[in-house]
Design a protein around this ligand. Structure first.
Ligand SMILES: [Zn+2]
Ligand SMILES: [Zn+2]
Length: 458
């Protein structure tokens, strides 16, 4: 147990990708590259940082996609997991911890153990709740299994959160909920009894956390909207066919976002105190957490802004652990939203196979869809990267520009697009040429952007 905070670590999370498909450039330009830039910049400053990511194996989008493709789910999951891991490796995006729930028995056991301990302590009370269900299909409608109208903005949403307005949209909140497995309207209703997290019970902790955290104006509006009404009650288990089984309630599995929050208690605890056991041991290890920062698209904001901080408060952690959220808007491709399901995407693994990863990183930093949305076109990619490597660069950044870039790579003021504009004035060495200059501040900061001069494995 530490008594001083000199070794305190900043935890940087990027949401684990769901292995229902490969990553596209929108994913890379959103949380994943940005988190890596911030982590590299923090390491350069000598800060203690833990970068955590993984795979979101237990989203039922994985099983739904396997059904759609007529493939065994393990085969589909492994195919996409391999592509996702390959993209991170080729793009030079490294993590201190990469959790794969499907193949990590220790993680799965800890999630169940912590959940049951929180039920026993009363932090996750066992209650009845009601939900629309499909008259034909088993289990309840949740996440990939349901579609309907968002109650706040009217956009078509699946169960979870709305991509249009970031509102919380369980099946019970959706207008005209439909089953995506058979297409039927969800005309039946079901009463479920299981553990829930009552966010309203943690209103004061959330208000304190939000007051002190680094949050973009867009995220503050989501927080304000949540506070205007009673905060939701979020089920932590229910009858379904995908996810971690909960032995104490036959047929129930752990809600995947509840799992992720409990999983963070475990993985962060293990990183800070390897081998620690029990929830008390993990919470004690969290005393070394200075702050948790998360990089994410706005559609995940509810979970990182409200669900996880409320769960952490329920577990007894102080509100100060929420450092902030670094959010991005949508990245568009030739004017339309990147879409895995509509196959309107540039796949990150294919693009990185063809292109110099240093240029891809520099361009996606320049073009990062935050704080404004951005639009990818191959034409702009060719024009800009050609100018950076073509020897036509105007002038290397001066001290003031380097200082601006450094600030723009900090968690509190993160703005990759600004950092890229400050740093790329002098251009980049051509592919294969020695990077040089890495010993200078300008060279080091360029290396943060490009991933450095090291040989990138193919
Ligand atoms: Zn909405
Ligand atoms: Zn159905």
């Amino acid at each position: 147990m530490s008594t001083d905070r000199t070794g305190a670590a900043t935890v940087v999370l990027s949401p684990p990708p769901t292995p229902n498909g490969p990553l596209h450039l929108g994913h890379l330009a959103g949380p994943y590259l940005a988190a890596d830039l911030a982590v590299r910049a923090a390491n350069r400053r000598g800060d203690r940082v833990l970068a955590l990511c993984g795979l979101d194996d237990h989203q039922n989008y994985v099983l739904a996609q396997a059904r759609r493709e007529g493939l065994p789910v393990d085969e589909l999951r492994e195919r996409n997991a391999e592509l996702i891991r390959g993209v991170f490796k080729r793009a030079g995006i490294a993590h201190d911890g990469f959790t794969e729930p499907l193949v990590d028995a220790g993680y799965r056991a800890a999630v169940v153990e912590f959940l049951e301990e929180l039920v026993l302590s009363g932090a996750l009370p066992v209650e009845e709740w009601h939900t629309p269900v499909c008259p034909n299909c088993p289990g309840i409608l949740h996440h990939a299994y349901v579609t309907g109208d968002c109650p706040q903005c009217g956009a078509v949403s699946s169960g979870g959160t709305c991509e249009g307005c970031a509102g919380y949209t369980p099946a019970s909140a959706l207008g005209r909920p439909h089953c995506t497995r058979c297409g039927s309207p969800a005309t039946a209703r079901r009463t479920v009894r299981g553990p829930v997290l009552r966010l309203e019970d943690h209103r004061a902790a959330l208000e304190e956390a939000w007051l002190n955290a680094g949050l973009a104006p867009r995220v503050r509006r989501i927080a304000a909207q949540l506070l205007r009404q009673p905060l939701p009650v979020v089920p932590f288990s229910y009858p379904t066919d995908w996810g971690i089984e909960l032995p104490s309630i036959p047929g129930h599995r752990v809600d995947v976002w509840g799992e992720m929050g409990l999983g963070y208690l475990y993985t962060i605890g293990q990183r800070l105190a390897p081998g620690t056991r029990g929830m008390a041991g993990h919470l004690d290890a969290w005393r070394d957490v200075d702050a948790v920062w998360a990089f994410l698209g706005l559609d995940n904001a509810f979970y990182y802004l409200a669900l996880f901080p409320a769960l952490f408060a329920a577990a007894g952690l102080p509100a100060r652990v929420l450092g902030g959220l670094v959010v991005n808007e949508f990245y568009r491709l030739e004017g339309a939203k990147f879409s895995t399901s509509r196959r309107h995407a540039v796949w990150a693994h294919e693009f990185l196979d063809e292109e110099d990863p240093r240029l891809v990183r520099a361009f996606l930093s320049w073009d990062r869809p935050a704080p404004q949305p951005a639009n990818f076109t191959l034409e702009r990619y060719r024009a800009l990267t050609g100018a950076w490597t073509g020897g036509s660069a105007a002038a290397a950044p001066d001290e003031a520009e380097l200082a601006r870039a450094e600030a723009a790579l900090s968690l509190e003021q993160f703005d990759a697009a600004l950092a890229a504009r400050c740093l790329l004035g002098g251009g980049l060495p051509a592919a294969g040429a020695p990077a040089g200059g890495a010993a200078t501040a300008a060279g080091e900061l360029l290396d943060v952007l490009t991933g450095g001069a090291a040989e990138v494995p193919r």
